[in-house]
Each structure stands twice: as structure tokens, then as C-alpha cells.
Design a protein around this ligand. Sequence first.
Ligand code: ADP
Ligand code: MG
Length: 694
Amino acid sequence: MRPEILFPLFAPLRTLPGIGPKLETLMGKLVGPKVVDLCWHLPVGLIDRRKRPRIADIQDGEIVTIEVQVGLHVVPKLKRLPYRVHVHDESGEMQIVFFNPHADWLGRVMPEGATLILSGKVEFYQGQPQMTHPDHIVAPEEIDTLPLLEAVYPLTAGVTLKPLQKAVKAAVALAPVLGEWQDAAWLKARGWGDWQGALHAAHAPESIANLDPHDASRARLAFDELLANQLALGIVRLKMRKLPGREIKGDGHLRTKILAALPFALTGAQDAALKEIYADMGASHRMLRLLQGDVGSGKTVVALLAMLNAVEAGAQAAMMAPTEILARQHFATLEPLCAAAGVRLELLTGREKGKRRADILEALADGSIDILVGTHALFQTEVAFRALGVAVVDEQHRFGVHQRLALQSKGGVGTDVLVMTATPIPRTLTLTAYGDMDVSRLHEKPAGRQPIDTRALPLERLEGVVDSLHRALAGGAQVYWVCPLVEESDVIDAAAAEDRYAYLREIFGEAVGLVHGRMKAAEKDAAMARFEAGKTRILVATTVIEVGVNVPTATVMIIEHAERFGLAQLHQLRGRVGRGMDKSSCLLLYQTPLGETATARIKIMRETEDGFRIAEEDLRLRGAGELLGTRQSGLPEFRIADLAVHAELLAAAYDDARMILSRDSELESARGQALRVLLYLFECDEAIRNLRSG
Ligand code: ADP
Ligand code: MG
């Protein structure tokens, strides 16, 4: 349960004064639905009204606050002409300009003869200073109500600065004094104040320097956020480790058979990763290991050998994939190898139903199935193993602490967990998403792979590209044609793919296939199967093929509107080719003019195939928030911290979280209690539920 002290911050936006349903919706889209979301919406600029010159001393373009006497009102003869109010002080005079003002209103706020304080930007017109639509008009005795420094916030259509400022102010005012969760010595060393003070200061910048992410108040808030993230992961890690693991030590008889059946030898990187995995599995604690390796680096074989290690020791193994296509693919890859080793492998997805499903479940429960391949979802439901020794979670790039947690209940005792990810992510991100895990990286690619020839062409050359496909197809090539990602909407993406499909179909007829996210699973599978069998030679697709698809005979990847894809996505897509022994190519078709970032991305794609380098460049180019192109990635999104900037703070948060949990693993000390509030503040409720008295 969230502590009461935080209730006001977690109330909906409409609980703030001046926010009705309409503004709530608009603002909610911009910042989020809760009051606290406004607190995290930090200013990006500053209006400084502290300059108080005399009229004669005003410079062109300055924002000033001036005290003036109101003179004549000059009402325009035509409505579209400006309405002018003459004002003066002892040094000189100027005009205040209004377009289409309400004359009554103007008469009221600027009556002739009044002394007023005006604030706004002054521009010179034909050598004369004038202020158009002052931002503020107040009486001298109300000067204190005039904000001399104003924070400027990111806005959106329908949300203007003033109401947003007002809402943020109201939100920040609801921030309570909270027990300090940071270490006092650390705060002192950094020169950071308390949380509430930092929040207030972050929203009340006094200079441009205060907008810097390294500025004390922002750095403090960023560190709070990172600490919450690392602590949450640390708690999960502890919880998962607490269940004693089984000591799994295979005797190697299945491994020997598999190695004999494989047409290749393991790479050094595969061997090294397996050593680490065997050591974890053989130890009394649970394994919680991340196997990170680029597309095609050979993770599947490593996973298989890890699973066989469990089978050798009399236990079962499971492999979970994020999509049905992937689960089937893994199954197809593993099947002949398992057959060679005499191991029983089964597949269980939403499509295995009725008797077939019941049989599988029964065979799982009695232990006659050695290895089960399925989708993530299934493993959260009714599936029961006799003795699940190791679970391999193929996350590709959907990172979920949730799934890792859900695994706890499987197999009773602590099942060893090996998470595979094909998205090489930068080190900093590995920490935020997987701070709870040990990491093995497959850097080396299996020998014999040829580099993929990557080129970029403007979309205007599309017809030429289509022409050249005739030659490629005649030479036996198989081609992926990936269609633009228009929005994060599979309806629109599907439409784009269907259009391209229709176009190519007119030219290449039956040789063209189509697969997209709106198709039924069976249709998708059928389309994939036709392509794999070589019946179709051009496969038009959306990014559904980004993950896991393995057709080694496909050697050409065409990506339409490459400028719309993130680097990581381009890299994933390109990884669909170059999987066999034939030379492959990748063509990036882009819309001109190409922006700076897109130009840089395409350049990097042409320069390297090293996924780890691409990931670092991606972080540099786009910042962590957008790193994977889509928000569904499951990677933690930070509101304040910016991983491209705060890497050092992340490392400190990682250390701090480990130290805190080593001393107070249930967060029961005074600081521990304060840290619980921190976790709630950053919505890590899930982690708290894993504490003893959560
Ligand atoms: P990943 O899952 O990391 O994308 P896979 O495990 O699917 O990669 O491996 C990609 C391809 O490389 C497969 O066809 C696999 O059989 C092959 N492969 C794996 N390990 C090796 C190796 N050591 N030498 C040669 N080929 C390998
Ligand atoms: Mg694979």
C-alpha cells in the first residue's frame, strides 16, 4: 500500500485547481495522469524579468519589467490595425500594442493616468520601442505577484504556458517533506539538499545554469530516480536468490551427443558463456544470468546446452519466447538436435488446445517431457513442471522484470534463470534493465560469416531498385522488403505493407508474400512457411519480422523509409540476412531531405555491424528514452535521469543499492522506511511487494 503521505501526489490531475476534464486530458497526454507526473515535468527554459530599465535605456529585444504612466489610447480605425496605448516614465515614452483587444477590458486594466508595472518583450519599430501584448500588467502594489523568473515548460497543442505553470506550481506545492532516503554524507559531498527542496528548486530556475542536468537540484532528483530503479532491481535479485537453487551438474552425455551432431565447433565466446552458466547451475544459489549477444551470435546453442545440462541432471528445462512465431522457430531449431540427443521436446502455445494440450500438461507434470518451448504468457498460467531446473527466457528486446518474477512460482525451488537478449544495449542500460543479473556477453560471431553489404539510396530510386530485383531473383535470391513504420499503430503499418505488397505483386506475381501484425497467427505462419520453403521470394513485412525470423537463404534486406527507424531496429532488421554462407546485402531507402540524426544513423549502419557499438551510438544520438524506437520495449523509462548524461550517477546508484540491501535487505531501518517511500514515489510498487512486510 502506498503511504498516505503520497496520496495527494498520486491523485488525478483534475484534483488540482483550474484543471477541468478538457485540460486534464490534454495535460495528461503531455505529462501523465497524476499530480506527481507534473512534478517530473521539468522546465526547459527560463524567462528572466528581473531587468528593470528606464524606458530610455531599453535595448531592442529585451524582456523587461518597467513602471510606467499610462497615456493616450489610440483606437484603430480598422479592426485589423493595432490598438496602441502610449506610456511613459521620466526618461521617455513608448507604445504598448494590442491586436484585437477587448476595448472594455483594456480600459479597465490600463486606464489613462494610472501607474502600472508591465512586463514583456520590447522590440523596436521604426526606432521606437514597443511592447506587444505584455505578459503581465499589474499595479505597483501588486509587484510581488509578478514572477520575475518564469520557468518555461515543454508544451503541447492545447496546453499553453500559463495554465501549465500554474498546474506545476500547484503540484509541486503538494510535495510533502519526506524522510531522507539518501545517505547524509553523500548529500553533503555532492552539495545536494533534501528532496522537497530539490523539487522546488528544479521548478524555480534562477539562471540557465539551473537547467543543466548536472545542476544540484536536478542531479539530486535524477539520482533519486536511479536509486529507486536500482533498488527495485536489487530487491528482485535478492528475492530470486533467496529461494535456494538446486545444484545442477550434468554428466555431459547429452552434451557430447549434441556437439557431435552440430556441424560446427563452439566459438570461444560460446564456450566461455557456457562455463559461467554451468558454474551458476552447479552452485547452490539460483542462476540469474543474462546472455547478451547480437543477432546470429549463437545464443540458441548455448541455451540448448544449458537446458541439456539440466536434463542430464534429471531435471526439466523450459524456453520461453516473446512471440508465437519465435516459439515455433526455436522449436524447429531445437527439434532435430533434441532428437539426435534422444531428448523429448514439446511446444506449448495458445494454439495447442484440447486433448493435445492436456497430454502435454500431463507429460510435463510427470516429467516425461524434458524440454518445453512456449510463449511467455503461458508460463504465467497453469503450466506445472515436475522439476523445472532451468528456464531460458528469450526476451529479444522486451525486457520485463515481471516475467522474471513470475518465474519464481514455477518448479517450486529456485529455478535457474537464463535470460537471452538479442539487443545489444549499452552498458548503462544493461544496468537499469538488468541490474539484478549477472551478464555473459557473446562478442564473437561464429566464423565464416560474410559482412553484409549495406547501402543507402533515396526513395526516388525505388523503381530502379525494383528493376534490380528481377536480376536478384533470377540469381535465386530471397528478399525481405520491410515497410515504413508510420506510427506505433499496427493498423496503419499494415496498410502501408499491404499497399507495397499490392504494388510488388503486380510486378512479381506469385513470388511475393506478405506478413504483418494484423494477420492472424495462422496466416502469418503460413506466409512465413511459404517464404522459408522458397515458394515466395519477396516477403513484404512490417517490423514483425524484426524478431527471431531465421531464413538463412534470404540474402537481401530492403528497408523502406529507413529514416523512420531507430538504429537498434535497423540493426535488428539487417540481422535477418547474412545468416547463411551466401553474401548478403541491405538497402536502406530513405526519404529526402535526410535530417542530421537520420544521416548519422545511416552512416553508422554502413560503418559497422557490431551491435554493441551501434547500441552505444544509438544512446548517444537519441538518448535513452527513445533508444529502442518504441515504448513497448519494457526498458525502464526515466523521467528525470538522462542516461546519456547521468551514467556516473547510475553507477553510484548501483553501488548504493547493493550496499543498502546488504545491510538492510528488507528495508526496515529508518533509512529503509524512507527508501520504501522513494520506491513508491517512483512507482516501483512491484519491488515493495517483494519485501517481507511490503
Ligand atoms: P542468435 O540466437 O544469437 O541470434 P543463433 O543461435 O540462432 O543466434 O545462431 C545463428 C546461426 O549460427 C545458426 O544457424 C546457428 O546454427 C549458427 N551457429 C551457432 N553457433 C555457431 C558456431 N559456433 N559456429 C558456426 N555457426 C554457429
Ligand atoms: Mg536465435
